[in-house]
Design a binder for this molecule. Structure first.
Ligand code: COA
Length: 180
């Protein structure tokens, strides 16, 4: 599919480039970054590279995916925000999930919220997706705050069958996106 990118005040959201992989592998080897993802395991460089290939495949096959996120200021790659199908949670499928993962040094600057808002707008307006979910492990406040800021509503609490951790599912419909 054609190249696609979004720009926000501080960020460029774009398709993945080969240069991103090494930085992304360093991020995914950080236990603090991976703590609330699945069973909380870090990824090897090979696993990370495979993940990125999967992200790009999703873009090509479905027309949406996880954006690589870059700072406009200095072009640093800082992580991802974007859309994917949460096949790991069959009870809510079919569904499209919004997710985010940034390198630790960029946490707490509002970048994930900024990228997530642009991603929701993209999903609803450009891709006509009627409803988007977010799935967070119970007790993970950073993600929960972003979810609340986006105006998403609690849908259910359940177990992630891949690791048996408790997760909360939140949902937002196209026509209820806060645009102010
Ligand atoms: C979740 C994550 C993307 C948040 O990124 P971020 O850019 O720091 O998020 P934002 O700054 O936009 O907003 C997060 C909010 O949570 C707060 N926050 C950040 N870390 C927190 C923590 N450990 N505990 C509680 N609140 C936290 C921030 O202060 C901010 O709150 P505010 O809006 O009241 O100021 C980032 O922490 C991350 O990459 N975590 C590891 C990967 C991960 O677990 N991804 C999500 C899986 S569901």
């Amino acid at each position: 599919m054609a190249d696609i990118s979004l720009t926000t005040d501080r960020l460029l959201l774009r398709r993945w480039q080969s240069d991103d992989i090494q930085v992304f592998a360093a991020m995914c080897s950080d236990p603090a970054v991976m703590r609330y993802i699945g069973a909380g395991n870090t990824l090897s460089p090979e696993q990370t590279e495979q993940s990125v290939r999967g992200f790009e495949r999703e873009w090509d096959e479905k027309g949406f995916g996880l954006f690589a996120v870059e700072l406009l200021e200095d072009k640093s790659f800082i992580g991802f925000t974007g859309l994917s199908e949460p096949a790991f949670l069959p009870e809510i499928m079919p569904a499209v999930e919004i997710g985010w993962r940034l390198a630790q040094k960029y946490w707490g600057c509002g970048y994930a919220s900024e990228a997530a808002r642009a991603t929701l707008e993209f999903g609803f307006t450009d891709r006509n997706i009627p409803s988007i979910v977010s799935i967070v492990q119970s007790g993970y406040e950073a993600s929960r705050k972003i979810i609340k800021k986006l105006g998403m509503h609690f849908d259910r609490q359940t177990h992630d069958p891949t690791c048996d951790r408790l997760v909360e599912v939140y949902r937002i419909q196209h026509n209820s996106l806060h645009r102010d």
